[in-house]
Design a protein around this ligand. Structure first.
Ligand code: IPM
Ligand code: MG
Length: 370
């Protein structure tokens, strides 16, 4: 029996290709694992009305963790229009399967390292090494939304004086997305950030929100961050999301560990990814108490699907994070060093890096460096 059982979830679009590439790397490492394929993605939405079938959720129960490729995600109405005719008009609603995985498995912590590997022609600056800790289950992406707004909820909201200006619109003309955050959720993500900073001797932890406007949710995040920070030696910096975006472009090397709620973390992690080469280099770990799903931050890039064109490094580095989480730190290090060596060398370059190497050529170049 293999030492590790890994759910293998390629998804669709270029996810399938970057996962194939990543498997070349894992297989070359003699990593003692059994990979169990799970159905997930757009195909299953169209055919079954569920992009994350129950059988896949069952499979996850029987594995240690999962590696996930990418999935096409579309707004509600567009998604419904693509359903198989037999499933149309049944009230099926598309939910992003990765968001569902995060919520149903309580993968509360999303770690997104953004490191400028020396020699990457796409580095915005060379000494960037940021990691974003994104709260992964609450906030604006928590999924508590309404359109139209049910009357009971509308009436309750109208007790708030600021609802005056919306009352004349009528229920059908209003949409409501909530930003619900818990003290526990804020404390957990901030604690993870500080623990990481302590373990890896990082310089600072920056908590990003907008408490001057989002007084209650943003306020809770900042106050909680201060309470947690008091227990650690690492300094806490507090910034607003808008200013933080500007400063990341101005002085990216000043930042180290960044922590934010779900939506701001989503936005910041794309910005940070672009500072170090873009989504082709951005890896992520969705971490819960006993389970984790690792994935490249990029989407399924439908326009490149089937072309074996995209850079697999984001998925390879996600596998590296997975190995670290599984306690295979030596093997994780070997992968990262091989990736860094290929980037440093300037001979194998995918299209995003200005070259013409294909997805599997990049994987093979990494394998050659292991
Ligand atoms: C990400 C993605 C997802 C998110 C989408 C695909 C739902 O942008 O992982 O950052 O917003 O979380
Ligand atoms: Mg995102």
């Amino acid at each position: 029996m293999a030492k590790h059982r890994i759910a293998w979830l390629p998804g669709d679009g270029v996810g399938v290709e970057t996962m194939e590439a990543t498997r070349l790397v894992l297989d070359a490492l003699n990593f003692d694992a059994e990979y169990i394929h799970g159905d997930i993605g757009w195909e299953f939405w169209i055919k079954e009305g569920n992009a994350l079938p129950d059988r896949t959720l069952d499979l996850l129960q029987k594995t240690d963790c999962a590696l996930f490729g990418a999935i096409t995600s579309k707004p509600k109405d567009e998604a419904a229009a693509e359903l198989d005719p037999s499933l149309q008009n049944k009230g099926l609603v598309y939910f992003s399967p990765i968001v569902r995985l995060r919520q149903e498995l309580n993968l509360h912590t999303n770690m997104r390292p953004c490191k400028a590997y020396p020699g990457n022609p796409l580095n915005y600056k060379d000494d960037i090494d940021i990691i974003v800790f994104r709260e992964n289950t609450e906030g604006m992406y928590g999924g508590v939304e309404f359109h139209p707004i049910p009357k009971t909820i509308f009436d309750a909201l109208c007790e708030h004086p600021k609802m005056n200006k919306f009352q004349r619109n009528g229920l059908d003309n209003l949409a409501l997305s909530t930003r619900i955050m818990s003290r526990q959720g804020c404390a957990s993500i901030v604690t993870q950030a500080f623990e990481f900073a302590k373990q890896f001797k990082r310089r600072s932890v920056t908590v990003v929100d907008k408490p001057n406007v989002l007084r209650e949710t943003g306020g809770l995040m900042i106050r909680t961050a201060r309470d947690i920070a008091a227990k650690y030696d690492t300094p806490l910096w507090e910034t607003n999301i808008d200013a933080q975006c500007m400063w990341l472009v101005k002085n990216p090397s000043d930042y180290d560990v960044i922590v934010a709620e779900n939506m701001f973390g989503d936005i910041l992690s794309d910005l940070c990814a672009q500072l170090v080469g873009g989504l082709g280099f951005a890896c992520a770990g969705n971490i819960g108490d006993n389970y984790a799903v690792f994935e490249p931050t990029h989407g399924s890039a439908p326009k490149y699907a089937g072309m074996y064109k995209v850079n697999p490094i984001a998925t390879v580095l996600s596998a590296k994070m997975m190995l670290g989480w599984l306690g295979e730190t030596e093997k994780a290090k070997v992968i990262e060093e091989a990736v860094a060596a290929v980037i440093a060398e300037d001979s194998v370059r995918t299209y995003d890096m200005g070259g013409s190497a294909k997805t599997l050529e990049m994987a093979n170049a990494i394998v050659a460096k292991l």
